[in-house]
Design a protein around this ligand. Sequence first.
Ligand code: ADP
Length: 319
Amino acid sequence: VTALDREQMEGLKSIRAFLKVRTSYDVLPLSFRLIVFDTSLLVKKSLNILIQNGIVSAPLWDSKSSTFAGLLSTSDYINVIQYYWQNPDALARVDQFRLNSLRDIEKAIGVTPIETVSIHPERPLYEACRKMLESRARRIPLVDIDDETHRQMVVSVVTQYRILKFVAVNVKETQMLRKPLKDLPTVGTYTNLATAFMDTPVMDVIHMLVKKNISSVPILDRDGSVINVFEAVDVITLIKGGVYDDLNSTVGDALLKRSDEFPGIYTCSMHDQLGTIYDTIRKSRVHRFVVIDDESNLKGVLTLSDILEYTLLEGEENE
Ligand code: ADP
């Protein structure tokens, strides 16, 4: 064990201690808006509302029973796409899908149902993180009980990004994480990477996202250099307005549909330290890092869940 290892471990312990004494409430800004979808909303309308508001997910509310009905996310739209792909003659039916039909769609194509995990906003952040890691959720709804009506109340949704940014802003010990990625082989994925080319049919890439349960696929040129990343959220603009024709196009065409606000992709190298990665998270709304070498060749993928998992669990089993 080197001094670098000891310092790294100390840094991780500081972050964990911080997450255990803070709650989800602490992460929320003083004022914020929350868009909640009634489960009777048409799927195609929900898409437009997401796009108009620049968001990619929303909690669902069943107004018949006045209960929280799970979190709508890009994987639900991907399920609709798969259903349509398997039943191309059913476009008229797909057009009339409401959010409460999503469960039937999921049953029909045999995938795991809509995410229903949630947490009370006053529970420690550490617990919210563990729940997300266990359920592989990228975000978790905060659900409280209203004192007067004793009914469920969706307060907000916290994402992995928001929590990691909160850590990066508030825990200076993130700077003690000085081991380079090349010495941290368990952080990130470096083998069996799912990749595609600009001329790969976009449906092939969507199938990859589902099969590997991942949220992005690096796009390479013929020399193996990374030129872009197709993200699960890109499917939202692809089927905007309930038009499914674009599913027959290539990744390259699909990426042209991105909004002008697309921030670009983030890369890092095997020489970068997690401290530097946390710096980038503090400064920019990043969802993943594509790990490349000096020639821009793909080496791996480092996602927020990889960072969160390492930050919370590395070395824990030995204690
Ligand atoms: P997150 O859960 O943070 O949104 P992903 O769902 O994309 O991230 O990643 C889940 C796991 O799959 C992570 O361990 C990540 O390293 C790995 N992974 C992500 N993208 C790919 C890919 N294109 N090929 C192989 N593995 C990937």
